[in-house]
Design a protein around this ligand. Sequence first.
Ligand SMILES: [Zn+2]
Length: 119
Amino acid sequence: MLTETLAFYPAAAKAIALHWPWFWPLWGGVMGAVLGSFLNCARYRVPRGISLRRPPSHCPACKTVLGVPDLVPVLSYLALRGRCRHCRAPIGRTSLWLEVALFTGGYLLTALFQAWLLA
Ligand SMILES: [Zn+2]
């Protein structure tokens, strides 16, 4: 049962890659952007000795805890025009560029891996 289930997934993944060649690279890009968002958090917190878990994501200026709409990598920054939704304090552009860079890296690596798998 488990072996059959595991054998099914590569075939399903390959079928998805053949029908929607953009799907896995986009998935890889989104995973890269999520990793970039986490690295932004770590880059701010680790040097200051703040835990990565607590307190939850918040604006450093007004201390308001951020909700899901404020935490979507790249899209939230663009929607909020680089400012906190609550106090309008600017959000550093490095956050955006790190997320965009890791989105691009994840997209390209996944596209290359997919091309190699399907060749
Ligand atoms: Zn704020």
